[in-house]
Design a binder for this molecule. Structure first.
Ligand code: IPE
Ligand code: IPE
Ligand code: MG
Length: 251
């Protein structure tokens, strides 16, 4: 298990994104309801936020609820929404103490009003914090985001605010909900599933992917540090060859 001391602070990913998966299976293995798993997932959220803060990582995105998750049984969705309200309220003090600035991406309008209220309150209270930027992906999916971006873009073209020929990757990203954040350099998924599940489809083009068998409620700081250490061993080539990358890092 990795310790914080074993991590090279000069080679940190600026943005880590996490697909927090495995709550339901964790609970069912213990003979409990799936909702019990979600409740226990909060500990792992706290540990991950603290670990990222302690390391000095600038951006941490947590995939908490996907647009597809609305299709789960009604009682599970309701329980998740209630848990969100309670958790945001309960964790606010610690976010403030740790200088964490909260952000949200996703279709927040589709969340119950009571969730929106807690969420917007927390966004407002933490907005001047200068430490970790914690981005919650709620009612989020990559396709939803790209489609939304396309709609806004088409509208700008129609209003003649944008010339189609001027469109580039850099100008396209201005239409995404993540326009103010760097792309994730490391994407972690727990629970032994090897898929992306509609998460940040544009932004993870060159992310390093890290999969672990650990179920989300069991995920601890050391697991996060393990992922960072693994990231630090990778050679990121961005289409080039190894020799080019090595020469660039020397110069
Ligand atoms: C992740 O755990 C939490 C959410 C998607 C909200 P799951 O609820 O997907 O747990 P498993 O994958 O069924 O074990
Ligand atoms: C992905 O987990 C979404 C979140 C972690 C919020 P899911 O459990 O919903 O993904 P699938 O359905 O197994 O792909
Ligand atoms: Mg799952």
């Amino acid at each position: 298990m990795a310790t914080i001391e074993s991590i090279n602070k000069d080679k940190l990913p600026s943005h880590v994104a996490v697909i927090m998966d495995g709550n339901g299976r964790w609970a069912q293995r213990k003979g409990n309801s799936r909702i019990f798993g979600h409740k226990n997932g909060v500990v792992a959220v706290r540990e991950t936020v603290e670990a990222a803060s302690e390391l000095g990582i600038k951006y941490l995105t947590l995939y908490a609820f996907s647009t597809e998750n609305w299709n789960r049984p009604r009682e599970e969705v309701d329980a998740l929404m209630s848990l969100l309200i309670v958790t945001i309220e309960k964790e606010l003090e610690s976010l403030l103490e740790n200088n964490v600035c909260l952000h949200v991406i996703g279709d927040t309008q589709s969340l119950p009003k009571s969730v929106q209220k807690q969420l917007f309150r927390a966004l407002d209270k933490t907005r001047n914090n200068t430490g970790l930027n914690l981005v919650l992906a709620l009612s989020y999916s990559g396709r939803w985001e790209i489609l939304n971006a396309m709609k806004k873009l088409a509208s700008d073209v129609r209003k003649k605010n944008l010339e189609v020929d001027d469109l580039s990757c850099d100008s396209f990203v201005q239409y995404l909900t993540t326009s103010e954040y760097p792309d994730p350099e490391l994407l972690i998924r727990t629970s032994g599933e090897y898929r992306i599940s509609n998460f940040m489809l544009w932004q993870i083009a060159y992310a390093e992917l890290y999969f672990t068998e650990v179920l989300w409620p069991d995920f601890r700081k050391e697991d996060f540090f393990d992922a960072i250490l693994d990231f630090q061993k990778r050679e990121r080539r961005f289409g080039k060859i190894s020799e080019q990358v090595n020469t660039e890092s020397v110069n």
